[in-house]
Every structure is written in C-alpha cells, then in structure tokens.
Design a protein around this ligand. Structure first.
Ligand SMILES: NC(=O)c1ccc[n+]([C@@H]2O[C@H](COP(=O)([O-])OP(=O)(O)OC[C@H]3O[C@@H](n4cnc5c(N)ncnc54)[C@H](O)[C@@H]3O)[C@@H](O)[C@H]2O)c1
Length: 337
C-alpha cells in the first residue's frame, strides 16, 4: 500500500542541507536510494549532511535552484525530485520579500520545467501558511484561503507557496506526476537555533540560557507541531504513493497546542521554572504585521489516500529534540538545565 518506488531510484532533494531536507536525505539513503542534494547553504548547512556525504549513494552540489542549467542537469539524472529549497519562514520573508518571491516562485518554475522534460516525479514543499487567516478549523486542503493585503509582506510567503501549488497542478493536469505537501510546524533535531523564527528553537535556546521565554502576543495562539520524522514520512508517501499524484496534502500532527502550553512543556522537560516575557507582534515584526491565531490541519486526506499517520506525541518529540539540543545549542558557555 505504501511505496511503489524501487529503492535504488535516483532522487534529487533541493534544500537537502536544510532542516527537513537533511532528515529526508537520511531517510532516502536508509531506503537505498541514490540521493543528490542541491542547496545553496543560505539557511542550510554542511553540518546537517556531514554524516552522509561520504556515503557513495549521496552527492552534494552547492548551487541555487535559480540556476536553470544546473537544475536541468541534476533532474536529468533523477526519477523523483523532492523540492524543498526555498526562502523559508516569516522572519526571512519579511526581511527579504523580493528574494523570497523570486526564489520560491522562480526556483519552482525551473524544477517543474525540467521535471516535465525528463518525466520526473515531483513533490513540492508547501506550507500551512497558505491558509492564512482562514477560521475554517481544522484546515482542509480544499478549503478557502484567506490572505491579508499585499502591503503586508508576510503574505508574500503564503502567496509564493500557493502559486507553486497552482503551477505544479497545471503540470499535473498535463500528466506530470506532481504532488504538494503543506507542512505544519515541523520540529526535531537540527532545528536551527539562530533560525528563521521556529518558536521551539527559540524557546529551547532561551530556556538553556536560563532566560525568560519570550511569548509573542498573548501566547494563546495555537499550532500543530509535527515531529520531523512524521513530516518526512508524509513527504515520502507523497512522492511514492500512486494515489498521491496530482494532490495536495496537509502534513501535520493534527494536535492543537497553544504557544503558552508549549512554553510550559519545554520548561518542564528542561527543568526550569516557567517564566515568560510578553512582546507584541508589532515590536518583533514591525507595525504592519498580522499573525495567524489558530493553525490546525485536517489530516484525513493524507490518512485516507496514502496511509499517512503521524506517530510521535509532542511530549515524546520535544524530549528527543531537547536531548539533541542539549549537545548542540548554546555553544558550551551556558549550562543546559
Ligand atoms: N519547517 C517547517 O515547519 C516548514 C513549514 C512549512 C513549510 N516548510 C517548507 O519546507 C521546506 C524546507 O524547510 P526547512 O524548515 O527545512 O527550512 P530550511 O531553511 O532548513 O531549508 C531550506 C533549504 O533550502 C536552501 N535554499 C534556500 N534557497 C535556496 C536556493 N536559491 N537554491 C538552493 N537551495 C536553497 C537552504 O539553504 C536550506 O538548506 C521549505 O520549502 C519550506 O518553505 C517548512
């Protein structure tokens, strides 16, 4: 019922030196795939893939998805592309909105155009951001999207990912096997401490330093945090299950957690007394910012069509993540709990 892909299928992972991409690479290598990684290391790192570049089945190419010749050459040797490279996260997009649009849309155009030439299966990494302000909880893939105005740059990320999906679906309609996955707050080992605004990374970092945890807004906003191995499983299914072709899937945990509860849980696991600082979104992202209050997926479609089932609870996932972060965060001079 799961994979139809022979294990040796050559696969390209764009953004494979990033957080989710590097876990996907590990998963693919474990299955015996031959994996090429294309990454410009703008937010990814050598460290994320250092353990696998000596694997004869794995090749790393430093370069950009905006280089259409390079993308074409790499896709010519692949049968399956997981396209994860992107300017990621609200903070980056608010700071570099044009770059975000150019990379996220232009890079995806390059990937899809070449994939069509070589009849290569594609999975596009999209985002729960595409739902915007929708109050239709839980979000369903065919639900309406509600985005704010174009003078608020955070929406350009959602718009760029939605445009990627539209473009991918036009290729799918012409017979190219394309699917898209909308990720909901992935977390786990390798989540970037200095990164693009992952709240779990930020809370762990502050807790290890013995600082108060900074909560934006009232802290009652909710998210569906998804352990990265579940994210990777859903991504792989989208690239291999026959019923996934031409479809868009929510890939999330389905559990709704408030940011305040998340902060408490991280403090509990690290062994700190909970202490919080509250900041307004305006103070963090500037006056023209709009947050999304609740973000919860329906995962029925992914479950019914391709057998996706997230397995890790937030508690277990946080324990694993914090165990990893104790060794990797806060460069030695702070005492982890
Ligand atoms: N982490 C999440 O919770 C989440 C949520 C929604 C969507 N996503 C999507 O998942 C994908 C992976 O995100 P992530 O969380 O692993 O972030 P990440 O920043 O760790 O990974 C993105 C990777 O893309 C690379 N990259 C950026 N621009 C590039 C370019 N022009 N050419 C080649 N490589 C480039 C970066 O160096 C990085 O390694 C992205 O498409 C992102 O939009 C992630």
């Amino acid at each position: 019922m799961n994979s139809l892909t022979p294990d040796k299928t050559p696969v390209l992972v764009t953004g494979g030196a990033g957080f989710i991409g590097s876990h996907l690479v590990d998963f693919l290598l474990d299955k015996g795939h031959k994996v090429s990684i294309l990454d410009d290391l703008s937010t990814g790192s050598h460290g994320n893939i250092a353990h696998c570049v000596d694997n004869p089945g794995c090749g790393f190419i430093e370069g950009t998805i905006l280089d259409s010749d390079l993308v074409d050459k790499l896709i010519s040797g692949a049968k399956l592309v997981f396209h994860l490279a992107a300017v990621v996260g609200v903070k980056n997009v608010v700071e570099f909105p044009r770059k975000g649009i150019e990379v996220n849309v232009g890079g995806t155009e390059n990937v899809l155009r070449s994939a069509a030439s070589y009849k290569c299966r594609v999975v596009l990494a999209s985002s729960s951001e595409v739902y915007g302000h929708s109050r239709d909880i839980p979000f369903k893939e065919d639900g309406d999207r509600v985005l704010g105005p174009t003078n608020i740059q955070r929406w350009s990320y959602a718009a760029s990912k939605a445009l990627d999906e539209h473009l991918g679906l036009t290729y799918a309609a012409e017979g190219l096997p394309v699917s898209a996955v909308r990720y909901f707050n992935a977390y786990g080992p390798r989540i970037d401490e200095s990164g693009y605004g992952s709240v779990i990374a930020r809370f762990m970092s502050q807790a290890f330093k013995g600082e108060k945890l900074t909560l934006y807004g009232d802290g009652n906003q909710t998210r569906s945090f998804t352990y990265v191995s579940d994210t990777v499983e859903g991504t792989y299914l989208a690239g291999t299950h026959p019923d996934a072709v031409g479809e868009v899937f929510n890939i999330g945990s389905g559990d709704e957690t408030s940011i305040r509860d998340l902060a408490h849980e991280i403090c509990r696991i690290i062994g700190n007394d909970p202490a919080f600082d509250f900041k307004s979104f305006e103070d963090v992202y500037g006056p023209a910012f709009q947050d999304i209050y609740r973000r919860v997926p329906s995962i029925e479609k992914a479950r019914n069509l391709m057998g996706f089932e997230p397995v890790l609870s937030l508690r277990d996932g946080l324990e694993k993540t914090i165990e990893w972060a104790r060794e990797h965060y806060v460069s030695a001079n702070n005492s982890p709990g």
